[in-house]
Design a protein around this ligand. Structure first.
Ligand code: GNR
Ligand code: NI
Length: 174
């Protein structure tokens, strides 16, 4: 089932999400719902706080070649265990901050450890868009948005735009 995505500013996007102590069917359903929501958006990643669930769960699929098979990954309690000194800059966007794209510089490659939906521990090295996206998603679990990397003035401007956008959307619904 697709779920509504929370738009910035919202206190739920600023909170620290809690680790998942034990997997459950409810959490596996949440991961499936998040993948459906992400693909429908469309997006390449989604973090549980973006759908109002303050748990450490992210989903990603950064396959971008046309015709390549999809690679949905659900990560419970994801942790970055190593980051490259080399950095890379991507123009990032966020489903919680629609229509805004800004350059963000992050480590180019990361090693990530997580628990998969079967409860098995996984570890993998990611680079390119995957690396950027997974770092962006884990930031969400720590209440951090990509605009937090921008200069305060730029961030303020974007936040004001989002307040307006939310107001317009609320009015359209009424
Ligand atoms: O769909 C998304 N695209 C994207 C592009 C560049 C860097 C990060 C991202 S993640 C974003 C989806 C989203 O908001 N995830 O939290
Ligand atoms: Ni995001």
């Amino acid at each position: 089932m697709k779920r509504p995505i929370i738009i910035h500013p919202d206190p739920r996007l600023k909170k620290l999400a809690a680790p998942v102590p034990d997997l459950s069917d409810d959490l596996r359903v949440l991961a499936e719902d998040m993948l459906e929501t992400m693909y429908a958006a469309p997006g390449i990643g989604l973090a549980a706080p973006q759908v109002g669930e303050l748990v450490r769960l992210v989903v990603v699929d950064c396959v971008k070649e046309d015709g390549a098979p999809p690679r949905p990954i659900a990560m419970f309690n994801p942790e970055i265990t190593a980051s490259s000194d080399e950095v890379s800059t991507y123009e990032e966007g966020c489903l919680s901050i629609p229509e805004i794209y800004e350059d963000v510089t992050r480590p180019a490659a990361v090693t990530v450890r997580w628990i998969d939906p079967d409860g098995n521990e996984q570890q993998e090295d990611f680079d390119g868009l995957w690396s950027t996206c997974i770092q962006h998603e884990i930031d969400h679990l720590d209440g951090k948005l990509f605009i937090d990397y921008l200069k305060p003035l730029k961030r303020q401007l974007i936040t004001r735009k989002m307040v307006k956008l939310k107001r317009e959307r609320a009015r359209e619904k009424a």
